[in-house]
Design a binder for this molecule. Structure first.
Ligand SMILES: [Zn+2]
Length: 149
């Protein structure tokens, strides 16, 4: 399948484009369309595909045979309300895993995935924040959103 996206170039996926689940790419393009502002793929290592052998991470191509997750920084998210809007849109376009990470180095970040053990419209949702020692821990989405200034 030779996918062409409207809002993203292949090079933005740093070599992973052809190994991404087409659904991940199409939903990301749709979300970008609906959001109306640029969505930057995180420059961090592992923000797209990862080779993690048995890990159940949706980034792990070894486990799933394709990359089902991408970590992003959308423009226009600087407060809790905007973060909720972005999450709602991600849910509406059909992402089935949505995580919010207020403490990422690049600002408020989001994990988006197309896991198949959740239904579109009923995604898994979570947050992750850093504790006082800078160690990331998982929390309820609402708790992470409270950390978004
Ligand atoms: Zn992720």
């Amino acid at each position: 399948m030779e996918l062409t996206l409207y809002h993203f170039g292949r090079d933005e996926f740093r070599g992973w484009f052809d190994r991404c689940d087409p659904r991940l790419l199409i939903l990301l393009d749709s979300l970008r369309h609906q959001w109306g502002q640029p969505i930057r793929i995180s420059p961090a290592d592992g923000a797209i595909g990862r080779e993690m052998r048995d890990s159940i991470s949706q980034h792990n191509i070894d486990k799933w045979g394709s990359v089902r997750a991408v970590d992003v920084y959308p423009e226009g998210v600087t407060n809790e309300h905007q973060a909720r809007e972005f999450i709602d849109l991600a849910e509406q376009v059909g992402f089935t895993g949505i995580g919010v990470y207020p403490d990422w180095a690049g600002g408020i970040g989001f994990h988006l995935d197309v896991r198949v053990d959740a239904q579109p419209g009923k995604p898994a949702k979570w947050g992750a924040v850093n504790n006082e020692n800078g160690v990331q821990r998982y929390v309820a989405l609402s708790q992470a959103l409270e950390m978004v200034a």
